[in-house]
Design a protein around this ligand. Structure first.
Ligand SMILES: [Zn+2]
Length: 140
């Protein structure tokens, strides 16, 4: 570690944002004993001094506070569909209900669902938040 005092006009290496590299610079201004501004000898630009020897401690990877992004396509489609309907208009599910594709039903276990497909004579595919279920019904 050198104790040589730096002063304006001295040469120093610094990170240059224009050159995107660590280049030789000439000290333009000092604040007390700290290099404040430097001029890049490569591009001639002046900027605040950045000590090339100090690495930013940027945490790698995800932080523990980042909430997991877990939204399957089925769930997104389901939400888009369900968001457009009034839950009060959903028909309570019974195995004798008569459905058409696009109907919204309220299932006691699975909750709100949208009829995706009907299979004669008595089955339907219903899209719930938890996924597509095959349920008994009456097909119109
Ligand atoms: Zn430069």
């Amino acid at each position: 570690m050198s104790n040589k005092q730096l002063s304006a006009g001295d040469h120093i290496t610094s990170k240059c944002t224009k050159c995107k590299d660590t280049t030789n610079h000439t000290i333009v201004a000092m604040v007390e004993n700290t290099v404040a501004r430097v001029q890049c000898n490569t591009c001639g630009g002046t900027h605040n001094y950045r000590d090339a020897s100090i690495k930013k401690s940027v945490p790698r990877g995800k932080t523990s506070t980042a909430k997991p992004v877990k939204s399957s396509k089925i769930e997104t489609d389901w939400e888009n569909r369900i968001n457009t309907v009034n839950p009060a208009e959903a028909t309570p599910y019974t195995i004798k209900m008569v459905v058409n594709i696009g109907d919204i039903i309220q299932h006691p276990t699975f909750g709100l669902g949208c009829v995706m497909n009907t299979i004669k004579p008595n089955k339907m595919e219903v899209s719930f938040r938890s996924g597509i279920k095959l349920l008994r019904c009456q097909v119109a």
